[in-house]
Design a protein around this ligand. Sequence first.
Ligand code: PEP
Ligand code: MG
Length: 878
Amino acid sequence: MKKLVYLFGPERTEGSGKMKALLGGKGANLAEMARLGLPVPPGFTIATTVCVHYLKAHRLPQALKSEVRRGLRFIEQSTGKRFGDVDNPLLLSVRSGARASMPGMMDTVLNLGLNDEITAGLARKTNNRRFALDAYRRLIQMFGDVVLKTGREEFEAELSAARTRLGVKTDIELDEAALENIVQRFKAIVREKTGTEFPQNPDEQLWLAIDAVLKSWNNPRAGEYRRLYNIPDDWGTAVNVQAMVFGNLGSDSATGVLFTRDPATGEKSLYCEYLPNAQGEDIVAGIRTPLPALTLKQELPEIYEQLEKIARRLERHYRDMMDVEWTVEQGKLYILQCRVGKRSPQAAVKIAVDMARERLITRAEAVRRIDPEKVSALLHHRLSPDASYQVAARGIPASPGAASGEIVFSAVKAVAEAQAGKKVILVRHQTSADDVAGMAKAEGILTAAGGTTSHAAVVARGMGKPAVVGCSELVIDYEAGTLKIGGQMLRAGDVITIDGTSGNVIIGPVKMEPPQLTEEFATILAWADRFRRLKVRTNADTPADAQKAREFGAEGIGLCRTEHMFFAPDRVGVMQEMILAEDEAGRKQALDRLLPMQRQDFVEIFRVMDGLPVTIRTLDPPLHEFLPREDEKISQLASRLGITAEKIRTTIEKLAEANPMLGFRGCRLGIVYPEITAMQARAIFEAACQVQQEGVRVLPEIMIPLVSDVEEFIRQRRLIEQVAEQVFAETGVRVRFTVGTMIEVPRAALLGDEIGRVAEFFSFGTNDLTQLTYAYSRDDYGRFFTAYQHLGIVQDNPFDTLDTRGVGMLMKWCVKAGRRTNPKLKLGICGEHGGDPRTIRFCHEIGLDYVSCSPFRVPVARLVAAQAALGATERKDG
Ligand code: PEP
Ligand code: MG
């Protein structure tokens, strides 16, 4: 093994910001900041390779001992203190730090190096016995929990009892005598829980802590987090050992976090939260409510000024918004950590656009930085401005967007209820790493404690979920399953609404409004448009959907499912007549009545999509979907049509199929009943001729569904062309149009060369193509699929994100085959996958011309298409 330990500090730095894989994010950034000359307390980083080796071989590399010794000596020389010395003790922090940020998932031990004797020495040296005792009790508590696995509860209970005894609210109000007693009690807890004494030897403490931090890579919650964020298990964590500095040495000491821009809104202003006379863990724990930047500016103006300078320096250097941890020890500022700051999707967009405008980054970089999965949150709901509601409580707005849902009090419950199809709001006093899975399933998160940098806030923002935190008016009783809010008692299952933009909490549901595009979002999308090659169309069946999609930047309709146009109450009856007609004449009569309805739809859609292509698919329903099931409805239909209910029942029985999805659907319908396709073609061409005369540019593309043999396509195409000629002759207007096919049956994909010769375009119907490639019924696969996921047979749902290996192989084959016989063949995708980021990247790679997705996914598709063209790699730390 190569070098295992890398030093950093004002005197000497061996690593750099580029070495994230080896030093972890924290270690690399500490090295980088030390190189920049920022006031970083000295320390060293044990490389991730040590963790990887340790987890495999179950022992530490031999050379580590001497390398750690070298590191210790370096810190001692740099600080002028000595580890284990009674009169001038050096205290250390030992922190994990992986390549990708995993906030709070792994372990940390602070104040290492204290024992009974050294605590007394530290008290003498600092002339602050209270401080020394407080540091000691913190060490025993953290060391007990993290290293000796005593759990936290008994320590917490002890502290809480002491607070009650003294009648105080926070730990800083505990006096010397109380802390003295607590230290003794804490040591007793360790003794009772582990059967041994709290280790008095500082060296032993250090090695045990290093061991625990290395092992924490494999703790269950870290594993869960890695799965959630696709972080490889074999990266391992680095261990950072660093000189402690103390923010709890009196009123001229403080500790805080700083974001170089507002992480919730993206506003370019220093965003800061701090606590005077505290250690960093106090902020994260969310027990004391931190103070804002404005107070810092008033109370410690010089520190504020230094922080401002450092923030600017870091932004210029990293060219990103940074999250910085800092501590002031008796008036001197130290920087303990910096990383690329997590931010709300809204802030991500604003910061990227602002930074490009400030010329800190290029426009391409700005586009590349936006996480498409998160940015779709910008298209989340907000409370309708005209909704009337009463605000029951107000908390800190931590992650924008609004959500309503049933109250759940635990992450486990949130997962279970969400799986049962319920919308839930996770309500907690505060959240911790153990709650992440539940947060991922909830619509939103509400906590009673914490600030905008607390766990709940950071994680929710990362997930793009609405969150209100620090809502101190809430009284949560987990045991009773109740929530007291604004004088009202609520129970699990009651509905509440939270607004993560304002911080408001409302009892009951509230009318929501779909989101609006901000100026910055529109800007980034406009920039994205310049980079992408893939066109983005929309799946829309109504003029309203088409209009919405056009506002979102759709460049045409990729799929108009005409059968959806017949579900309206005034139309389904005529459709039923057509299905029940005894002969062609009867069918035509019904079709003649459907014609004007269809034509009017097309007229409106063509007008909305003026100048853009509109792909209209001929009818593709299993017919029995249009027929009634209940006796009452059957009787009503019978009396309307003047036939017996019995006859209708017989027809329904005749039409019933064992496998409707493999039955009389798709083009099979238009081939057996050509008059149906003829009517639809007539409606399309009459509408097209009409609007073209109005001055609208129409570009109809007629699409044949579920083709499996080229002959099916040829027949439908011929029929459509005949109708076109008739309509053109009747109207004296000619409209340019194309005819193509869905590729949604594996046989059609395999024979893409044959079909390519006669079709002008292919559109991959990946819903059916997935169904038919896997032989998973689209409608029933849920029954076994969850079990498959648990068993690890499948990971992703192939109906959400394309199975690029299997279904994708068919697509690649078909693209090649089709283009071979028809170099001008236009290629697209219109299955639900067309809005999925991973699928869009794949479509770019295999050379499709466009993707088509639902209107609300259009903006994200534009962005992903650009990122695919820019060859973006996924960012795991933004
Ligand atoms: C498809 O199969 O992918 C498709 C778009 O058609 P539908 O979902 O209507 O079957
Ligand atoms: Mg289909």
